[in-house]
Design a protein around this ligand. Structure first.
Ligand SMILES: [Zn+2]
Length: 280
C-alpha cells in the first residue's frame, strides 16, 4: 500500500473553517465526490444559513448482514492570528521527522481521509463490506448555537439501526508504544462487551482495550455521536492520534506511519466486521 501524500496535502489545503465559504465548498466536494465514486449514496442536510452541512453517506454493503455507523468531520479548528507554526503555512501539509504538520491533519481530516482510502481499497478488493452509514459533520469545531448534526444524528441513527458505532479517531500510547482501543456503551457493561474483544484483537495491533470513550472538549452533550447513541450501542474508537497531536493548537501533527497503518487497519477492521458473528 502506498501512502497517498498528495491527496492528504490537497485535503489539508482546503480552509474548511467557519465562515470560509470557498474552503467549505471545496472540502465538501472533495469528500462527497470521492465517496460517490466508490459507490456511496450521498445526502446533505443544512439548516438556516450554515455553510457546513452534515453529509450522510450510505453504502449498501456486500456479502454481509452487519450494519455499522462511522463518524467524522470535515471542518477544522481556526488558526490563531499569532500562530506559531514550524511551517510557513498551517494549511500546507509538511513532513518533518516522520510527522505530518498541518491544520486538521489530526482532527479530523487525516483519519477521515485514511478511512476514505481504506473504503476505496476494500470496494476494489471484492471482499465483504458491512452496510455503512457514515455521518460526516461540518460544525464539529463550532461550540455555540444549534448545529444541524444534532438533529440529523437524532433522526438518522435510530432509523438505520446499527449495533456498532465508530468514533472519529483513537489513540496510541507513546510511552509504551501501545495502540489503544476504546470499547464502550451507554448501558452495556465492560463484561457485556467482552464478545467484541476478538474483533478488535484480529483487526488492530495488539491493542490495549479501554472501557471508555474519546474525551470531548465540550462534553458528551455537544458531541452528536455520543449524545445520540442508542442505549445498547457498541462504541469503538481507534486511530492514529497520540499525545503529540496538539489538536486545536499550533503545530498540529500526526505520525505518518501511524496514519498509514490506520488506513490498512480500517480496511481490515471493516472486512472483519462484515463477517463478525459476535456471541451475545
Ligand atoms: Zn474532531
Amino acid at each position: 500500500m502506498i501512502f497517498n501524500l498528495p491527496m492528504y496535502k490537497k485535503f489539508i489545503s482546503m480552509h474548511s473553517v467557519v465562515d470560509n465559504t470557498q474552503g467549505n465548498i471545496q472540502a465538501i466536494a472533495f469528500v462527497t465526490t470521492f465517496l460517490e465514486s466508490i459507490g456511496f449514496d450521498i445526502r446533505m442536510v443544512a439548516e438556516g444559513d450554515t455553510e457546513q452541512p452534515t453529509i450522510i453517506a450510505n453504502y449498501p454493503g456486500r456479502l454481509s448482514d452487519n450494519k455499522i455507523v462511522l463518524y467524522g468531520h470535515y471542518d477544522v479548528a481556526p488558526v490563531n492570528l499569532q500562530a506559531c507554526w514550524g511551517s510557513e503555512d498551517p494549511f500546507a501539509l509538511e513532513k518533518i521527522n516522520g510527522r505530518l504538520y498541518g491544520r486538521g491533519i489530526a482532527d479530523n481530516k487525516g483519519p477521515l481521509l485514511a478511512r476514505m482510502l481504506a473504503l476505496q481499497a476494500l470496494v476494489l478488493s471484492g471482499n465483504p463490506i458491512p452496510t455503512i452509514m457514515w455521518l460526516i459533520q461540518g460544525e464539529e469545531e463550532i461550540t455555540q448555537g444549534d448545529r444541524v448534526a444534532q438533529y440529523v444524528f437524532e433522526n438518522e441513527i435510530p432509523a438505520f439501526g446499527a449495533k456498532v458505532y465508530i468514533e472519529e479517531t483513537g489513540f496510541n500510547d507513546l510511552d509504551t508504544d501501545t495502540q489503544i482501543s476504546f470499547l464502550w456503551s451507554p448501558n452495556l457493561t465492560a463484561s457485556q462487551l467482552v464478545s467484541w474483544h476478538e474483533l478488535l484483537q484480529m483487526s488492530l495491533d495488539g491493542p490495549r482495550i479501554e472501557y471508555r470513550h474519546l474525551n470531548k472538549l465540550n462534553g458528551i452533550e455537544a458531541c452528536p455521536l455520543l449524545s445520540n447513541l442508542p442505549k445498547d450501542a457498541v462504541y469503538m474508537g481507534f486511530g492514529p492520534n497520540d499525545r503529540l497531536h496538539f489538536i486545536h493548537q499550533d503545530n498540529e501533527s500526526l505520525d505518518e506511519g501511524k496514519l498509514s497503518k490506520h488506513q490498512h487497519q480500517f480496511e481490515t477492521f471493516l472486512m472483519n466486521y462484515a463477517l463478525y458473528n459476535h456471541a451475545s
